[in-house]
Design a protein around this ligand. Structure first.
Ligand code: NZQ
Ligand code: ZN
Length: 387
């Protein structure tokens, strides 16, 4: 049994930004424009966005400098601006970091307590300022989901909040705005999209053939188009396919009734929390080792399906061999085709914090209740294998 509801209205395709002013105006007059380290100024998106807003008579306030792996301090600044200026609507222009920070700004502006308490004290989210997103990089799917992730360097925590009040009211997804995303971020974003699909597909699921085949199709889309986008950054077809897949990989559609805890994300958020690495890179490094770790008689049938249906490995009696070939296919994709670094040591991470991170990854339960139950010792083993 499940309930499915995505309240985000999506304006997808070239030129959709033209609607921004009118949509924003329908939520009020005073708008907070949130963005990152300045890519939107280089690409001209900043000028277009401001142009459309001004044309609709909006009064623009700004919160810039949201960092990748957004920090709670930046969110607090945004909340302050909202409270001081009686902001009506929040507009995120950027990637997952900017959208997630904006989600926290939009709920933090409606309460008197500190925004981190939503996470640490599990205080209820009752109200949010309406949030609009202009997506500039295909990766997290934050533009169409109810999740936001925040870093707190004081406690070395990177934690997610999941709440329906975090859905943007509208998102503008123009694939052409991602032409300027460089090779590395395109690769990391694609790894993230794939991981969102893997986390659901490789899990204990009630048989839902329809959703399995949808996920397989989305995986094939990333395998097909990410290398194209790397070679031809201005290939609209490639950018559009990646963008729409990023939204649908995480907006709830693929879960059906199969919402089970994710494994690689729990382990990766420790890495980007402690070492501030790019989320998609951490996932790319961990995922093949997690796959090898959980491959067993019980999980073999799904790995076999993946190998045959997604990776194009020929059907065979030797299912284990095919499953392993499927995992090799993933490795080859991340490390050869996408040219991502293939180990933690290659990005300057040693084993010093493995135990601490493994414990945190397992959370209050003391284990990750995923496809294979992972205890801190298992998580340490996967970190070690990724070293
Ligand atoms: O900051 P600026 O200057 O804008 O540059 C960004 C940033 O350096 C750049 N960029 C974005 N669009 C660009 C561009 N550069 C050139 N041209 C463009 N059009 O890309 C860099 C990375 O941006 P970021 O927003 O950090 O990337 P991403 O979208 O991958 O977001 C990552 C964050 O989202 C979280 C991650 O943990 C991480 O904190 N996640 C959020 C999720 C969610 N809300 O559902 C789920 C994910 O699993 C993930 O955990
Ligand atoms: Zn992710």
């Amino acid at each position: 049994m499940f309930t499915y509801h995505i309240p985000t209205k999506v304006y997808f395709g070239k030129g959709q930004l033209e609607n921004l002013g009118n949509v924003a105006k329908s939520y009020g007059k005073r708008i907070l424009l949130v963005y990152g380290g300045g890519s939107i100024k280089k690409t001209g998106v900043y000028d277009s966005v401001c142009g459309y807003l001004k044309k609709s008579g909006m009064e623009i306030f700004e919160c810039s400098g949201i960092e990748p792996n957004p920090k709670v301090e930046s969110v607090r600044k945004g909340i302050e601006i909202c409270k001081q200026n009686k902001i009506d609507v929040v507009l995120a222009v950027g990637g997952g970091s900017v959208m997630d920070a904006s989600k926290f700004i939009s709920i933090g502006s409606c309460v008197d307590f500190d925004v981190w308490d939503f996470i640490s004290k599990k205080l209820p989210v009752e109200k949010a300022l309406p949030l609009l997103c202009v997506l500039t990089i295909s990766a997290t799917g934050s533009e169409m989901d109810n999740t936001a992730v925040l870093n707190n360097s004081a406690t070395q925590d990177k934690l997610a909040l999941i709440n329906d009040k975090l859905f943007p009211v509208a998102s503008f997804c123009d694939p052409a705005l991602t032409y300027s995303v460089g090779k590395y971020q395109t690769a990391c974003g694609s790894a993230d999209i794939l991981s969102h699909l893997f986390e659901v597909y490789f899990n204990f699921n009630q048989d839902l053939y329809m959703l399995d085949t949808q996920m397989e199709g989305m995986m094939k889309t990333v395998f097909k188009y990410a290398p194209v986008a790397l070679k031809e950054p201005e290939n609209y077809e490639a950018r559009a396919n990646l963008m729409w897949t990023s939204s649908w990989a995480i907006n709830g559609y693929i879960y059906g009734c199969n919402k089970k805890p994710w494994s690689c994300h729990a382990m990766e958020h420790q890495l980007s929390g402690v070492y501030d690495i790019t989320h998609g890179l951490g996932l790319a490094i961990l995922t093949p080792h997690w796959m090898e770790y959980v491959l067993s008689e019980e999980t073999l049938p799904k790995f076999y399906d993946f190998a045959v249906n997604v990776c194009g490995i020929p059907k065979t009696e030797d299912k284990l061999k095919a499953a392993k070939q499927g995992i090799e296919y993933v490795k080859n994709f991340f490390f050869n085709q996408l040219e991502l670094k293939n180990s933690l040591s290659a990005i300057g991470i040693d084993d010093k914090n493995f135990e601490m991170m493994a414990k945190k990854a397992c959370g209050a339960n003391g284990f990750i209740n995923g496809w294979k139950k992972l205890y801190p010792e298992d998580v340490c083993n996967i970190y070690q294998a990724s070293l």
